[in-house]
Write a protein that binds this ligand. Structure first.
Ligand SMILES: [Zn+2]
Length: 275
């Protein structure tokens, strides 16, 4: 019996008008760079953001938003930065349980992260609109672009459209028995770790956007401890199982503030993240 059999399938929003007309990135299952399950523990990340069409940071300076700012973002300010629901070690809840296949553990956690991120997106949906979030921004000058089609065209789309692409693409993967097997006797593809890294990258970008563009709304709802613990869990799990692309964790230019790297550093300094 698979862990996945016990989970409710996610219900992503499929109503984005853009989804039907733009080719979603090909799933990573055909990538020749897939690694064996054991590489979760002993291999370096070989993940390349471009190879299966996942979006990437454009790195262009967005002058409309003022580019660099010296203002400290709220998520790095006390007491918000240390607000957390989980007080113990996150390593305990991320560690591979005995006798469980690493692929199975990664799969079940990805489904769980996906479901929870759906909930947070639902909470901020009335604020994350095409007008208020015209790009999938993770900071001044950092807009994620969605890669589309065989020519890998970079599309700068509004954040709600980008998140719709991610949710639809991920939901399709999770529902694909050849990628996320749930039936007895079906094995994970050797390429599953690569697929998992691609999904992880896209979920990471949604976190980055929520923190950058919507943290004040999260604060207004007193959900900062929930979001922080959720994201810290996501980061520790990603570090433990090498699902995080190092390039996605740092700003494209030295000296730029970037939510993921800044929170990693802050939480390491506070002892919230030990990895
Ligand atoms: Zn937004």
């Amino acid at each position: 019996m698979s862990f996945l059999n016990r989970l409710t399938r996610p219900n992503a929003n499929n109503t984005s008008p853009g989804v039907a007309t733009i080719a979603l990135p090909s799933p990573a299952i055909n990538s020749s760079r897939g690694k064996s399950p054991s590489s979760y523990f002993n291999g370096g990340s070989q993940y390349g953001a471009n190879e299966v069409g996942a979006g990437q940071v454009s790195g262009t300076i967005n002058t409309a938003t003022g580019a660099m700012t010296n203002e400290r973002p709220l998520y790095l300010c006390q007491p918000f930065v240390k607000a957390a629901l989980v007080k113990g070690s996150l390593r305990t809840i991320t560690a591979l349980p005995k006798y469980v296949d690493p692929n199975e553990w990664v799969a079940v956690n990805i489904v769980d992260f996906f479901n929870h991120i759906n909930l947070f997106l639902g909470i901020i949906s009335e604020h994350c609109t095409r007008d208020r979030c015209p790009t999938m921004s993770a900071g001044p000058g950092m807009d994620y672009t969605w890669t589309s089609g065989p020519n890998k065209k970079q599309l700068k789309v509004p954040a709600p459209e980008y998140t719709d692409y991610v949710l639809t693409w991920t939901e399709k993967l999770i529902g694909d028995e050849s990628v996320f097997p749930t039936k007895a006797g079906r094995e994970f593809s050797p390429n599953f770790p690569t697929t998992a890294r691609h999904v992880y990258t896209q979920l990471l970008r949604i976190f980055a956007h929520i923190y950058h563009a919507h943290f004040h709304q999260i604060l207004h709802l007193s959900l900062e401890a929930h979001l922080n613990s959720f994201f810290a869990h996501f980061l520790v799990f990603g570090l433990t199982f090498e699902l995080l692309d190092p390039k996605e964790c740092r700003a494209p230019r030295e000296g730029w503030g970037f939510v993921v790297g800044d929170l990693l550093d802050a939480w390491r300094a506070l002892g919230i993240i030990e990895a």
